[in-house]
Design a protein around this ligand. Structure first.
Ligand code: NDP
Ligand code: HSE
Length: 403
């Protein structure tokens, strides 16, 4: 029998218990053993829960129980979760998590710890919610030199942008809906300001390029600067505004990783990704372009990915299930300032002033635009080149255009 402990009985943790119970028969058959939930640890009390007999308050009960093979960490954050994960791995128990903050900040040391103690640290659910992405990257695409990853990596912000555009909700109303649906982080500024997407692009980069990349190395901009006016201008030329996490392998072997809102052309499959859905486009030197799509957040989709990792470990507790990457380095990551692209600019200026500054431009229109406002697409250039040209103009918005 394989025994499981869940740490944190919130949105994801309760989903994991539900999937383990609802799909128990097929999980047992696929593992060829009985997989059973033994403990749930949470700070709160759940007297009416069908799992009430499993609850404990003291992690050492789980740590010291030799029957527990797999610990599911769904508490979140990088404090208590780091302590419990470290102790579980040191006790030789494999850990499965959805906690991208912990993986992005401490992945290298936790993977090393797992290796040293003959157990596994798996985190499929940490990127893309229910989308199978990490295992395909390291197994199905293992024959490729991966060149570029571009993803809509945050369900909450994609949900907010979609609801603002489609239902005319305010930012606050759309965020509240995302919170009620269990998509948002405990502190939703992590979603809105791009930090959650940043953590996910760090994990994707580490698995794709083999070295830890830390969130503080990745320039990150969220969606607060995206105004409905920008959405309207972009829409007039068949572009959608999406928050993208991007990681590009540079010829010198370094990585250019960043998170920022982009204008995505309507004929790019990423433009059609709406609501809580995420999509991750990967380019490999053999496969070319491939895209992964599905629900990026929510109780059961995320639990689906967590339980898949549990099954993988439970099938063979002794097998090496490790993801792996090497330690990071300060000079591994280069700034997106090196990338040339077209740009979207909205400024307090006339079309003549915009042309004088940026040369050949494509003017955009929207109904109800006030006099003295101009929005346009530039030709290809780097951000430093663009900013120099825009000196003296009152710039309201400036976003990269995805090629
Ligand atoms: P929740 O806040 O819903 O659940 C966390 C649970 O852990 C809460 O019940 C919380 O209690 C409890 N908890 C807090 N501190 C402790 C502690 N010291 N010991 C035991 N339990 C504790 O978070 P989610 O389920 O939404 O997210 C969990 C993790 O999964 C996060 O890392 C998140 O980023 C990630 N994730 C979430 C997804 C989603 O759709 N929600 C999708 C993919 C990943 P209390 O509420 O009282 O603090
Ligand atoms: N808050 C995250 C999101 C949860 O909205 O994408 C999934 O990682």
């Amino acid at each position: 029998m394989v025994k499981i402990a869940i740490l944190g009985f919130g949105t994801v943790g309760s989903g994991v218990a539900e999937v383990l119970t609802e799909n128990g028969g097929l999980i047992d058959r696929r593992v060829d053993d009985l997989v059973r939930l033994k403990y749930i640890l949470d700070v709160r009390d759940f007297p009416d829960s069908p799992y009430r007999d499993c609850f404990v308050k003291d992690f050492s009960v789980i740590e010291q129980d030799p029957e527990v093979d797999i610990v599911v960490e769904t508490i979140g954050g990088a404090t208590v979760a780091l302590d419990f994960t470290t102790r579980a791995l040191k006790a030789g128990k494999s850990v499965v998590t959805s906690n991208k903050e912990l993986v992005a900040t401490h992945g290298y040391e936790l993977l090393k710890l797992a290796r040293e103690h003959g157990c596994s640290y798996l985190f499929e659910a940490s990127v893309g919610g229910g989308i199978p992405i990490l295992r395909p990257l390291t197994s199905c695409l293992a024959a490729n030199q991966l060149e570029e990853i571009t993803g809509i990596l945050n369900g909450t912000t994609n949900y907010i942008l979609t609801r603002m555009i489609r239902a005319g909700l305010t930012f606050e109303q759309a965020l509240q809906e995302a919170q009620e649906k269990g998509y948002a982080e405990k502190d939703p500024t992590a979603d809105v300001d791009g930090h959650d997407a940043c953590r996910k692009i760090c994990i994707l980069s580490a698995l794709s390029f083999g070295r830890q990349i830390y969130p503080e190395q990745v320039p990150t901009q969220g969606i607060r600067g995206v105004a409905l006016e920008d959405v309207a201008y972009a829409g007039s030329a068949d572009y959608k505004i999406k928050l993208l996490g991007r990681a590009i392998r540079r010829p010198e072997g370094k990585v250019c990783a960043f998170v920022a809102p982009h204008l995505v052309p309507g004929d790019n499959p990423l433009a059609g990704v709406e609501d809580v859905f995420n999509a991750i486009a990967v380019r490999g030197n053999a496969i070319g372009d491939v895209m992964f799509y599905g629900r990026g957040a929510g109780k059961l989709p995320t639990a689906s990915a967590v339980v898949a990792d549990v099954i993988d470990i439970a099938k063979d507790l002794k097998r090496d299930h490790r993801n792996d990457w090497e330690e990071g380095a300060p000079d591994l990551v280069v700034s997106p300032d090196v990338l040339t692209s077209q740009w979207y600019v909205r400024a307090e200026a006339t079309a003549e002033q915009a042309r004088a500054a940026c040369g050949e431009i494509h003017l955009l229109a929207r109904s109800g635009a006030p006099a003295g406002e101009v929005a346009f697409l530039t030709g290809p250039m780097t951000e430093p080149q663009l900013r120099k040209r825009l000196e003296g103009l009152e710039v309201r918005s400036l976003f990269r255009v995805l090629a």
